[in-house]
Design a binder for this molecule. Sequence first.
Ligand code: SAH
Length: 263
Amino acid sequence: MNRPFKVLSSVLVALAALTGCIPQLTGLTETLAPAVEATRAAQAEPTPTPWPRADERDAMVDIQIEARGVVDSDVLRAMRTVPRHEFVPMEYQGQAYNDHPLPIGYGQTISQPFVVAWMTEALDLTPGERVLEIGAGSGYQAAVLAEVVDDVYTIEIVGALAERATEDFRRLGYDTINVKHADGYFGWEEYAPFDAIIVTAAPDHVPQPLLNQLADSGRLVIPVGPPGGYQSLWLYTREGDNFTALNLGGVRFVPFTREVRGE
Ligand code: SAH
């Protein structure tokens, strides 16, 4: 029982015992209890997200993400917070919280919400860590990362997407995300090592520079497989100079390309 309420009840019990009016006390506790409960609920509630469509995000998390086994509370909070509809083209904004990927132009897609949450959870992040993403695309995954850690770097090979993501981060206040227009195969040496690296396009092999740029105990989550087909999602973990690889399951991502495009 809530402490002030308990104290109040004891005082009332004492008073009731003195005056002999126990029935009246029962009535009183019933009217007081909801008020106390409401105060407690208000105190426990997180700061409300400033973005509209919070109900749709909550439903998305409940039905698509938590129900499928994602439990990391930081990841769930991030998914309830980031305004996914702000990262999709106008004509798809109505579908932003649906259970599937959406086109973002230039032949690319924003991943299904569950896949974003699942991959982020697999990175096993703690707040002070530094994370590199390869394949910024819409910028949505990077924004989710930025809700969990302080330091996010993301590389995009299509110039127009890199530019649009940069503008969106500025517009939405995600000022801890750094964007580079380049081939992510080579990682981002200048800011290495990274505690975690996430790749959101599928190469046919794991780029060696990304393994090299992992910090000790660093994690790399990457889909690997033939372009256009199904791939396996792998979790690589570094311990000193040893790497262990765990197959997390089947996925389908856009191909990892090597040609730096301007448009
Ligand atoms: N994480 C993105 C998903 C975008 S789809 C999001 O949240 O929206 C994958 C992206 O990877 C595409 O934008 C594609 O252009 C990009 N990409 C493909 N090969 C790449 C490479 N070698 N380096 C950097 N980005 C690459």
